[in-house]
Design a protein around this ligand. Structure first.
Ligand code: GLU
Length: 319
């Protein structure tokens, strides 16, 4: 299978920049942490002359109407994007084609393990934390048939031939992380996030991925998968998350954390945008376009933003 080196970004290939993106899961309203990541993705893309795309990652965790509300909230804080918005649920053939290619190259296998069996399996002493122990990797055809006959649903896993892979991140620098025999298609037939994201980013011409740094550990897997599929590896920037006062990742239960919560308290979307900008070190921009002129990625705070939703102080000079 053709494989490009992990450094094959558009800059390295000397081609025009493609697009950046924001890819929310429509599981509910975006909170200020999600909005801040969306704003950063927009700033990174637009400040480098890239397009900016929105992809609705609706293969699971879908709440009816949430995607539309997310788009409305992004627009309300002043972000724009290039149409069309794409929905992963409408792109299933793309993921199946990628799976067929990997399978034809001998790079997949069926896995019949339940979650519980995986948890109980003894992990090889030097295997990465949480890595799949490889139980189904070398089943004979007969053993596979037996399990199918028992009615066990089969997930499809990658037959990885590395245990680690290195990526370069705009904020973290070189990052080496674990690669295991990750699930590509779940037992219920749903394409796995790690496959869909790789296929979509390449198919959409996305060459810059800006997202929360909770996803950094998944990135070596995704970059490795891209190289196996002969797809270019995008440039990455994993940005710090927003934490609650107890130092945990911000969540809906922390209080008034969504744009709609804040507007119900009498704040304007412009004020919420200004609070996000202030958290990035920029005082008093009126709009994202205004902020864009001043945006310097190298000056971004590298620490998480600690936020007390009950004391979210908004600049008083904003519209
Ligand atoms: N859909 C994922 C999320 O909302 C983001 C995936 C990505 O940016 O790669 O957490």
């Amino acid at each position: 299978m053709p494989a490009e080196p992990a450094t094959a970004t558009s800059e390295a290939r000397g081609t025009a920049p493609g697009s950046g993106r924001f890819a929310p899961s429509p599981s509910g309203d975006l909170h200020v942490g999600n909005l801040r990541t969306g704003l950063l993705a927009w700033l990174f893309a637009r400040s480098t002359g890239r397009g900016f795309l929105i992809r609705v990652e609706d293969l699971d965790r879908v709440k009816a109407g949430a995607a539309q509300r997310q788009l409305e909230d992004l627009a309300a804080i002043g972000l724009d994007w290039d149409p069309p918005v794409v929905w992963q649920s409408q792109r299933l053939p793309l993921y199946e084609t990628a799976l067929e290619r990997l399978t034809a190259a001998g790079l997949t296998y069926e896995c019949f393990c339940t979650r519980r069996e995986i948890q109980q399996a003894v992990i090889a002493p030097h295997g990465p934390m949480g890595a799949y122990p490889g139980t189904c990797r070398n089943l004979t055809e007969r053993e596979r048939q037996q399990r199918r006959a028992e009615g066990r649903p089969a997930a499809l896993r990658l037959r990885a031939d590395v245990t680690e892979f290195t990526i370069t991140d705009r904020l973290f620098g070189e990052y080496r992380g674990a690669v295991d025999d990750l699930v590509l298609r779940r037992g219920d037939g749903t394409p796995a996030y790690n496959l869909a994201v790789v296929v979509d980013d390449a198919e959409q011409g996305i060459d810059q991925v800006v997202r929360g740094d909770d996803l950094l550990p998944s990135t070596p897997r995704q970059a490795y998968l891209a190289t196996l599929l002969g797809l270019p590896v995008p440039e990455y920037a994993h940005v710090p998350l927003v934490l609650n006062p107890a130092g945990q990742r911000l969540a809906k239960r922390d209080g008034a954390v969504t744009l709609r919560d804040r507007t119900a308290l009498g704040e304007t979307p412009g004020q919420v945008f200004a609070a996000l900008a202030a958290s990035l070190g920029y005082a008093d921009p009126n709009t994202p376009s205004d902020l864009l002129k001043r945006f310097r990625p190298d000056n971004l705070p590298r620490e998480p933003w600690r936020l007390d939703p009950n004391g979210l102080s908004l600049p008083s000079t904003c519209p």
